[in-house]
Design a protein. Structure first.
Ligand code: FES
Length: 178
């Protein structure tokens, strides 16, 4: 996805909702007790650092789980907590937000804004009864392909341990895209 505005992000999440009515049947498999749980993680990556880091991981052929669906945003400070809640509501099991390291933000302070929002959201999730571990915030530079891969591995395993997200999902019997 190209660098996104707020409405683009919401439209993307809606288009990629995991409700079975929105997904061609050949792309879904039922989430049953017999089927292994493969977490789906929406990753908001800032255009200038983390997206480039993810790109580097791909170019370098570094292996990481195919659990992330990437949304490229201009800056991590562009990610509204509403976008994170919306992703969880639309069926994501976890959300990853990653931006430039402190001091490297293309817009100077966007990543600091994101970090403050994340701290507040962390407590809000707890208040809602949603495991805060479902949402991860991190820094990845354009030169850190291996760090990005490790971040995805770590986030995937953490969300896998928490199990499927159902608290906010529109359709608790939702199917997942494989
Ligand atoms: Fe990357 Fe702001 S431009 S976090």
């Amino acid at each position: 996805m190209d660098s996104a505005s707020g409405s683009d992000i919401i439209a993307f999440l809606r288009r990629n909702r995991m409700a079975e009515s929105d997904i061609p049947s050949e792309q879904v498999r039922p989430r049953t007790a017999a089927a292994p749980f493969d977490p789906r993680i929406v990753a908001f990556l800032c255009n200038w650092c983390s997206y480039a880091g993810a790109d580097l991981a791909g170019i370098s052929r570094i292996q990481y789980p195919p659990s992330v669906r990437v949304i490229r945003v201009p800056c991590s400070g562009r990610v509204d907590p509403f976008h994170i809640l919306k992703a969880l509501q639309e069926g994501a099991d976890g959300v990853l937000v990653s931006g430039c390291h402190p001091g490297d933000c293309h817009y100077l302070t966007g990543n600091y804004v994101a970090r403050r929002r994340f701290a507040v959201l962390h407590d809000l999730l707890d208040f809602f009864g949603i495991e805060p571990g479902r949402v991860t915030f991190s820094w990845v530079s354009a030169a850190e392909g291996e760090r990005f891969a490790e971040l995805v591995r770590h986030t995937t395993e953490r969300v896998r341990a928490l199990g499927p997200m159902s608290r906010l999902a529109r359709n608790a019997t939702a199917r997942v895209v494989q």
